[in-house]
Write a protein of this length. Structure first.
Length: 327
């Protein structure tokens, strides 16, 4: 039986977010249950720690001192009090929670799962930083590197100079923009991408220091955005570059068979086939999807759907991926 993943709606689970106000304890009955089913290993979640905070995101880290989990689920309530759930791969030990409100206290609950069973959980609290709109009001002209900040760092550590290369737009859809950059000199500990959304509200997206590209989702169609990428050492902004992009007009969602068949008619020797799209996980605010490529390979994928307001959305996906979580 085939299911349309977009027709599956999970009910909210507010009771799972209504945890006791006291320090949470390990759910021993659930931990011991698998043992009675001949699972020799014990699985335990380590402390949940806050690793970074911006006006619109919180970075979290944890450890697994014993055993392993198939997956994790992070649950919290948004600034409107609505429960949110973020599925996380079992190999992960950190996550950045985006789309938060500035100067707001959040309580996060991380669950470790084996199969669909919640084995253990830990919790923590974090307060997002205050909004910094002045940092987004950069000059309208050609952006320049912040040389005084680079020289300041050089005086503290003369052996290492860090410079950001040009920020380029690599792809655009009606709801996302993909950006690429380089680091011609020195490494950065992390990056922060800042921009204003369609309502004019400042947004900040933290990025790992090893990354050289990012896809900005949740944008509005036919809208001009100006993006500012900052390179950081610790918490200090060393250099920045900027660029602009205009999202595409919304398109009717339809299978474009002529485009799919065109490369084959242009003497492409290999045949590329997509296998059935399956639902791997469902939460009140996300759907996990999986697929396979039994023949050939694709350069990239594009997932299209309509949101709750019936607006078309498009999510670009790397060609090596075989799964995605739609948040």
């Amino acid at each position: 039986t085939h299911y349309n993943p977009l027709s599956i709606i999970a009910a909210e689970e507010p009771e799972e977010l209504s945890l006791p106000s006291e320090e949470p304890q390990e759910e021993k009955p659930q931990t011991e249950s698998p043992a009675s089913e001949a699972l020799p290993a014990r699985v335990v979640l380590g402390e949940l720690k806050v690793s970074s905070v911006t006006p619109s995101s919180v970075g979290l880290q944890w450890s697994v001192p014993e055993g392993s989990f198939n997956s994790f689920t992070l649950q919290y309530r948004d600034s409107q009090g609505q429960p949110q759930s973020l599925p996380i791969d079992g190999g992960s030990r950190s996550v950045t929670v985006p789309g938060l409100s500035p100067s707001h206290r959040y309580r996060f609950h991380l669950y470790g799962l084996q199969g669909r069973k919640k084995i253990d959980h830990v919790s923590t609290e974090a307060v997002t930083a205050a909004a910094e709109p002045e940092e987004l009001l950069l000059p309208s002209g050609k952006p320049q590197h912040e040389k005084h900040r680079i020289e300041s760092l050089a005086s503290e550590a003369p052996l290492t100079r860090a410079v950001l290369g040009e920020l380029r737009v690599s792809s655009v859809t009606s709801s996302s923009v993909e950006l690429h950059w380089s680091v011609p000199e020195g490494p950065f500990d992390s990056f922060t991408l800042q921009y204003r959304d369609a309502q004019g509200q400042p947004q900040a997206l933290p990025i790992d220091g090893g990354s050289r590209s990012v896809t900005v989702p949740g944008l509005s169609p036919s809208h001009r955005y100006r993006f500012h990428l900052y390179g950081l050492r610790g918490r200090k902004k060393i250099d920045h570059v900027s660029t602009e992009a205009v999202t595409e007009e919304p398109e009717e969602l339809q299978h474009e068979k002529p485009e799919t068949e065109a490369p084959i008619s242009e003497a492409t020797p290999a045949r590329a086939v997509l296998e059935d799209l399956r639902v791997s996980s469902v939460t009140p605010s996300s759907v996990g999807l999986q697929w396979s490529v039994p023949e050939g390979s694709f350069d990239s994928f594009m997932l299209q759907y309509r949101d709750a307001q019936n607006q078309p959305q498009a999510l670009p996906i790397d060609g090596g991926s075989r799964s995605v979580t739609v948040p």
